[in-house]
Design a protein around this ligand. Sequence first.
Ligand SMILES: [Zn+2]
Ligand SMILES: [Zn+2]
Length: 388
Amino acid sequence: MINERYREDREHQRLGSLTVYCGPTHSGKTKKLEAEAERAQRQGRRMQRLAAPPDANQLTDQLDPATELVTVDDAQLYDDRLVDVLNDLATVHRVDVVVAGWELDYTGRPAGPMPELMCAADVALKLDDGVCAQPGCRNLASRTQRFFAVNGTPERFLPVCRRHHTAEPRSQAFQEVWFDEPSGSLDLISGCMFSGKTQELIRRLDQARYAGSTIQAFKPALDDRYAIAAVASHREIRFPAIAVPDVAALAEQVQDDTRVIGIDEAQFFGQEIVALAEELANRGRHVIVAGLDLDFLARPFGPMPLLAAYADRLTKLQASCQYPGCGSHQASRTQRLLDGVPAPADGPLVVIGGAAIHQARCRHDHRIGGPARSEPEPVPVAEESADL
Ligand SMILES: [Zn+2]
Ligand SMILES: [Zn+2]
């Protein structure tokens, strides 16, 4: 069953999406944005670069109704309202929106609306320059380092790894010899339900296990869906895990010789998980975190925006939309259904359950409850294909 609106949108090839490119300086964000703009122009699509007004709401005023693709560069300069404005452009106006910006400023602090945009996006790519600018360092560059102007050399910004980043601008480039110290990392795997986050976490933990690393995996104790002492995906792939009630309990359980730490369902932990993950990564641990980046109302979920900003690597996974007849492979929202209809906004944030009450949906088929619109029968999902 394909509804009328969909047929129309398909015909006009205007589906509307939000893509975010982020990463440190020199990582190629603006190049990616320009490439998308050029491709749209080659395809004869109406493209608009929106200049940065001080107020995000003024973006929509600049919009030409015929525009099919909008680019916004330096998104970190806006205030938080940018998230709602761009979601509206993508969902209501059905414009493809491409955004580039710094998710961390050069002091290493989350920048403007970027962390939330990374959660709200259908596609979020954290770009990197490959390696840190410190000679001899082979770590991934995920931070921007500021250098003062010295002796006629102008002020500079260079990409560095987390080990070689300092919040204070440095006057001399790279005098310190630091690279004997072990370097850790923070990887984030995010996405909606049924996007395969836990499977990807387990795959990476398995890789580390085959390589002989010492591993510990954790999950919040409130999730008792399938196993008490394992991280388990909807496909029933398991990895032994310690269920902990809170972040303090997790921190206590980490052993001195553990090299790799996996954390599943991170959205259910408090904001303290962000500081702990950073501390563990800065002390040489490889931390791999998985979690839902949006709640059932498509709002950024708990600590996930900050984890996305601080992560050295971000893997944002998509699912297939389970709305009948949609067929989009870019589902980024989690739909909650109560008795077969979209759950109302005043429902509890945390309801533990699998396919019975939650579905993966694209942004256009995500609904927030109310009797306004009737819901067709959900597509039955076989256990094996539930987690794509
Ligand atoms: Zn480095
Ligand atoms: Zn859909």
